[in-house]
Design a protein around this ligand. Structure first.
Ligand code: 5RP
Length: 260
Protein backbone atom coordinates (compact mmCIF):
# COMPACT_ATOMS: atom_id res chain seq x y z
CA UNK A 1 0.00 0.00 0.00
CA UNK A 2 1.33 3.42 -0.89
CA UNK A 3 1.79 5.42 2.26
CA UNK A 4 0.92 9.08 2.89
CA UNK A 5 4.61 9.78 2.62
CA UNK A 6 4.41 9.63 -1.18
CA UNK A 7 1.39 11.95 -1.45
CA UNK A 8 2.78 14.40 1.09
CA UNK A 9 5.04 16.35 -1.32
CA UNK A 10 2.09 17.06 -3.64
CA UNK A 11 -0.03 18.30 -0.73
CA UNK A 12 2.92 20.27 0.50
CA UNK A 13 3.54 22.05 -2.82
CA UNK A 14 -0.18 22.68 -3.33
CA UNK A 15 -0.30 24.34 0.08
CA UNK A 16 2.83 26.36 -0.69
CA UNK A 17 1.50 27.62 -4.01
CA UNK A 18 -1.90 28.49 -2.44
CA UNK A 19 -0.10 30.42 0.29
CA UNK A 20 2.00 32.17 -2.36
CA UNK A 21 -1.09 33.11 -4.36
CA UNK A 22 -2.73 34.47 -1.17
CA UNK A 23 0.41 36.47 -0.41
CA UNK A 24 0.45 37.95 -3.95
CA UNK A 25 -3.27 38.83 -3.63
CA UNK A 26 -2.61 40.38 -0.24
CA UNK A 27 0.34 42.40 -1.58
CA UNK A 28 -1.74 43.73 -4.48
CA UNK A 29 -4.64 44.63 -2.17
CA UNK A 30 -2.24 46.25 0.30
CA UNK A 31 -0.51 48.23 -2.44
CA UNK A 32 -3.88 49.45 -3.73
CA UNK A 33 -5.19 50.28 -0.26
CA UNK A 34 -2.06 52.26 0.50
CA UNK A 35 -2.17 54.30 -2.74
CA UNK A 36 -1.35 57.88 -1.90
CA UNK A 37 -3.68 60.72 -2.84
CA UNK A 38 -1.16 61.72 -5.51
CA UNK A 39 -1.25 58.22 -7.00
CA UNK A 40 -5.06 58.45 -7.13
CA UNK A 41 -4.83 61.84 -8.83
CA UNK A 42 -2.39 60.40 -11.34
CA UNK A 43 -4.68 57.44 -12.02
CA UNK A 44 -7.67 59.71 -12.66
CA UNK A 45 -5.56 62.02 -14.84
CA UNK A 46 -4.61 59.02 -17.01
CA UNK A 47 -8.26 58.03 -17.29
CA UNK A 48 -9.08 61.59 -18.40
CA UNK A 49 -6.35 61.44 -21.02
CA UNK A 50 -7.83 58.17 -22.36
CA UNK A 51 -11.22 59.90 -22.54
CA UNK A 52 -9.82 62.94 -24.36
CA UNK A 53 -7.69 60.86 -26.74
CA UNK A 54 -10.71 58.75 -27.68
CA UNK A 55 -13.29 61.52 -27.95
CA UNK A 56 -11.77 64.69 -29.38
CA UNK A 57 -10.84 65.03 -33.05
CA UNK A 58 -7.24 65.61 -34.13
CA UNK A 59 -6.39 69.31 -34.00
CA UNK A 60 -8.99 70.06 -31.29
CA UNK A 61 -8.39 72.65 -28.58
CA UNK A 62 -9.15 71.46 -25.05
CA UNK A 63 -10.01 73.43 -21.93
CA UNK A 64 -7.73 72.77 -18.98
CA UNK A 65 -8.45 73.39 -15.30
CA UNK A 66 -6.32 74.39 -12.35
CA UNK A 67 -4.95 72.59 -9.30
CA UNK A 68 -2.89 69.56 -8.40
CA UNK A 69 -5.18 67.04 -10.15
CA UNK A 70 -5.32 69.21 -13.26
CA UNK A 71 -1.51 69.40 -13.15
CA UNK A 72 -1.29 65.61 -13.40
CA UNK A 73 -3.69 65.82 -16.34
CA UNK A 74 -1.52 68.45 -18.06
CA UNK A 75 1.50 66.16 -17.72
CA UNK A 76 -0.52 63.36 -19.35
CA UNK A 77 -1.85 65.68 -22.06
CA UNK A 78 1.74 66.41 -23.09
CA UNK A 79 2.01 62.82 -24.35
CA UNK A 80 -0.57 63.54 -27.10
CA UNK A 81 0.34 67.17 -27.78
CA UNK A 82 1.19 66.40 -31.45
CA UNK A 83 -2.50 65.48 -31.95
CA UNK A 84 -3.89 68.63 -30.30
CA UNK A 85 -4.44 72.08 -31.74
CA UNK A 86 -3.68 73.42 -28.27
CA UNK A 87 -5.42 74.35 -25.03
CA UNK A 88 -7.31 77.11 -23.26
CA UNK A 89 -6.01 77.62 -19.71
CA UNK A 90 -8.17 78.46 -16.69
CA UNK A 91 -5.34 80.25 -14.84
CA UNK A 92 -1.91 81.77 -15.26
CA UNK A 93 -0.40 78.76 -13.43
CA UNK A 94 -2.04 76.32 -15.84
CA UNK A 95 -0.91 78.40 -18.80
CA UNK A 96 2.70 78.24 -17.54
CA UNK A 97 2.55 74.47 -17.06
CA UNK A 98 0.99 73.87 -20.50
CA UNK A 99 3.57 76.08 -22.19
CA UNK A 100 6.34 74.36 -20.22
CA UNK A 101 5.30 71.15 -22.00
CA UNK A 102 5.27 72.89 -25.37
CA UNK A 103 1.46 72.91 -25.62
CA UNK A 104 0.15 75.99 -27.41
CA UNK A 105 -2.20 78.08 -25.26
CA UNK A 106 -5.01 80.03 -26.91
CA UNK A 107 -6.96 83.03 -25.68
CA UNK A 108 -10.60 81.89 -25.28
CA UNK A 109 -11.66 84.82 -27.50
CA UNK A 110 -9.80 83.25 -30.42
CA UNK A 111 -11.41 79.82 -30.10
CA UNK A 112 -14.69 78.83 -31.77
CA UNK A 113 -15.22 75.48 -30.11
CA UNK A 114 -13.99 73.64 -27.04
CA UNK A 115 -15.17 70.03 -27.17
CA UNK A 116 -14.07 69.29 -23.62
CA UNK A 117 -12.97 70.94 -20.37
CA UNK A 118 -11.10 68.83 -17.79
CA UNK A 119 -10.74 70.05 -14.22
CA UNK A 120 -10.69 68.95 -10.58
CA UNK A 121 -13.04 70.02 -7.78
CA UNK A 122 -12.93 70.66 -4.06
CA UNK A 123 -16.22 68.84 -3.47
CA UNK A 124 -18.64 67.10 -5.82
CA UNK A 125 -22.08 65.79 -4.94
CA UNK A 126 -24.10 62.94 -6.42
CA UNK A 127 -25.81 65.30 -8.90
CA UNK A 128 -22.31 66.34 -10.13
CA UNK A 129 -22.62 69.86 -8.74
CA UNK A 130 -19.29 71.08 -7.42
CA UNK A 131 -17.52 73.50 -5.13
CA UNK A 132 -14.47 74.88 -6.91
CA UNK A 133 -12.00 77.66 -6.28
CA UNK A 134 -9.75 76.12 -3.64
CA UNK A 135 -6.90 77.30 -5.87
CA UNK A 136 -8.58 80.67 -6.42
CA UNK A 137 -9.12 80.20 -10.16
CA UNK A 138 -12.93 79.90 -10.00
CA UNK A 139 -13.80 82.80 -12.31
CA UNK A 140 -11.72 81.69 -15.27
CA UNK A 141 -12.67 78.07 -14.55
CA UNK A 142 -16.37 78.96 -14.74
CA UNK A 143 -15.85 80.85 -17.99
CA UNK A 144 -13.91 78.07 -19.69
CA UNK A 145 -16.36 75.46 -18.36
CA UNK A 146 -19.29 77.47 -19.76
CA UNK A 147 -17.65 77.54 -23.17
CA UNK A 148 -17.03 73.79 -23.32
CA UNK A 149 -19.35 71.12 -24.74
CA UNK A 150 -18.47 68.57 -22.05
CA UNK A 151 -17.13 69.17 -18.52
CA UNK A 152 -15.11 66.22 -17.26
CA UNK A 153 -14.42 66.43 -13.54
CA UNK A 154 -11.46 64.44 -12.24
CA UNK A 155 -11.23 63.67 -8.53
CA UNK A 156 -10.02 61.24 -5.99
CA UNK A 157 -12.64 59.64 -3.78
CA UNK A 158 -12.12 62.11 -0.91
CA UNK A 159 -13.96 64.83 -2.88
CA UNK A 160 -17.31 63.03 -3.30
CA UNK A 161 -19.91 64.08 -0.72
CA UNK A 162 -23.67 63.79 -0.15
CA UNK A 163 -24.08 67.44 0.90
CA UNK A 164 -21.55 70.11 0.00
CA UNK A 165 -20.31 72.77 2.38
CA UNK A 166 -17.66 71.12 4.52
CA UNK A 167 -15.15 72.65 2.14
CA UNK A 168 -15.44 76.45 2.58
CA UNK A 169 -17.18 78.00 -0.43
CA UNK A 170 -14.80 80.37 -2.28
CA UNK A 171 -16.25 83.68 -3.45
CA UNK A 172 -14.23 86.08 -5.64
CA UNK A 173 -14.99 89.70 -4.75
CA UNK A 174 -14.04 93.13 -6.02
CA UNK A 175 -11.66 94.51 -3.34
CA UNK A 176 -13.72 97.67 -2.59
CA UNK A 177 -16.81 95.49 -1.95
CA UNK A 178 -15.11 93.03 0.45
CA UNK A 179 -16.69 94.20 3.72
CA UNK A 180 -20.14 94.75 2.24
CA UNK A 181 -20.16 91.34 0.53
CA UNK A 182 -18.95 89.69 3.77
CA UNK A 183 -21.95 91.20 5.60
CA UNK A 184 -24.31 89.99 2.87
CA UNK A 185 -22.80 86.51 2.94
CA UNK A 186 -23.42 86.17 6.68
CA UNK A 187 -27.15 86.24 5.82
CA UNK A 188 -26.74 82.88 4.09
CA UNK A 189 -25.75 81.28 7.39
CA UNK A 190 -22.02 80.87 6.76
CA UNK A 191 -18.96 82.56 8.18
CA UNK A 192 -16.97 84.40 5.48
CA UNK A 193 -13.22 84.65 6.03
CA UNK A 194 -10.81 86.61 3.87
CA UNK A 195 -8.16 84.41 2.20
CA UNK A 196 -5.14 86.17 3.62
CA UNK A 197 -2.37 87.32 1.27
CA UNK A 198 -4.14 86.04 -1.84
CA UNK A 199 -5.00 87.96 -5.00
CA UNK A 200 -6.67 86.24 -7.95
CA UNK A 201 -5.38 86.31 -11.53
CA UNK A 202 -8.05 89.01 -12.05
CA UNK A 203 -6.73 91.23 -9.24
CA UNK A 204 -9.57 90.42 -6.83
CA UNK A 205 -9.92 88.92 -3.33
CA UNK A 206 -11.37 85.62 -2.12
CA UNK A 207 -13.79 85.21 0.77
CA UNK A 208 -14.04 81.57 1.90
CA UNK A 209 -17.44 80.89 3.46
CA UNK A 210 -17.25 78.31 6.26
CA UNK A 211 -20.05 76.35 7.87
CA UNK A 212 -22.54 76.08 5.01
CA UNK A 213 -24.70 73.04 4.39
CA UNK A 214 -25.64 73.30 0.72
CA UNK A 215 -28.85 71.40 0.10
CA UNK A 216 -29.83 73.20 -3.12
CA UNK A 217 -26.58 74.16 -4.89
CA UNK A 218 -28.23 75.60 -8.04
CA UNK A 219 -30.53 77.88 -6.00
CA UNK A 220 -27.66 79.13 -3.82
CA UNK A 221 -25.47 79.70 -6.89
CA UNK A 222 -28.22 81.87 -8.43
CA UNK A 223 -28.81 83.84 -5.22
CA UNK A 224 -25.10 84.54 -4.82
CA UNK A 225 -24.93 85.69 -8.44
CA UNK A 226 -27.22 88.55 -7.44
CA UNK A 227 -25.02 89.92 -4.65
CA UNK A 228 -23.43 93.12 -5.96
CA UNK A 229 -19.64 93.04 -5.59
CA UNK A 230 -19.33 89.27 -6.07
CA UNK A 231 -17.49 88.46 -9.29
CA UNK A 232 -18.00 84.69 -9.14
CA UNK A 233 -19.12 82.18 -6.55
CA UNK A 234 -17.49 78.76 -6.38
CA UNK A 235 -20.67 76.75 -6.89
CA UNK A 236 -20.70 74.97 -10.23
CA UNK A 237 -24.25 73.64 -10.17
CA UNK A 238 -26.23 75.19 -13.02
CA UNK A 239 -23.34 74.11 -15.24
CA UNK A 240 -22.09 71.14 -13.27
CA UNK A 241 -19.90 68.34 -14.53
CA UNK A 242 -21.26 66.14 -17.32
CA UNK A 243 -18.93 63.33 -16.40
CA UNK A 244 -17.10 62.48 -13.19
CA UNK A 245 -14.03 60.27 -13.25
CA UNK A 246 -13.48 59.24 -9.63
CA UNK A 247 -10.40 57.39 -8.45
CA UNK A 248 -10.47 55.05 -5.50
CA UNK A 249 -7.77 52.49 -4.72
CA UNK A 250 -9.54 49.75 -6.69
CA UNK A 251 -10.36 51.59 -9.94
CA UNK A 252 -11.42 54.78 -11.68
CA UNK A 253 -15.22 54.88 -11.82
CA UNK A 254 -17.24 56.93 -14.32
CA UNK A 255 -20.44 58.76 -13.31
CA UNK A 256 -22.74 60.69 -15.66
CA UNK A 257 -24.71 63.76 -14.58
CA UNK A 258 -28.20 62.51 -13.79
CA UNK A 259 -30.93 63.72 -16.17
CA UNK A 260 -33.19 66.37 -14.56
C1 5RP B 1 -8.87 75.63 -8.36
C2 5RP B 1 -9.89 74.56 -8.26
C3 5RP B 1 -9.39 73.16 -8.23
O1 5RP B 1 -10.02 72.44 -9.23
C4 5RP B 1 -9.74 72.57 -6.91
O2 5RP B 1 -9.22 73.39 -5.90
C5 5RP B 1 -9.16 71.16 -6.77
O3 5RP B 1 -7.79 71.22 -6.67
P1 5RP B 1 -6.90 69.95 -6.39
O4 5RP B 1 -6.96 69.10 -7.63
O5 5RP B 1 -5.53 70.51 -6.13
O6 5RP B 1 -7.46 69.24 -5.18
O7 5RP B 1 -11.06 74.78 -8.23
O8 5RP B 1 -9.45 76.89 -8.32
Amino acid sequence: MRGDGERQPIKFWTAVSAAFARKVEFDIAYEKASMTQDQLKQAVARAALDYVAASVPTGAIVGVGTGSTANFFIDELATIKHRLGGAVASSAATQRRLEGHGIRVFDLNDVDRLPVYVDGADEIDHGLSMIKGGGGALTREKIVAAAADIFVCICDQSKRVRTMGRFPLPIEVIPMARARVARELARFGGEPRLREGFVTDNGNLILDVHGLSITDPAALESELDHVVGIVTNGLFARRGADLLLLADPACVETFKRPAV
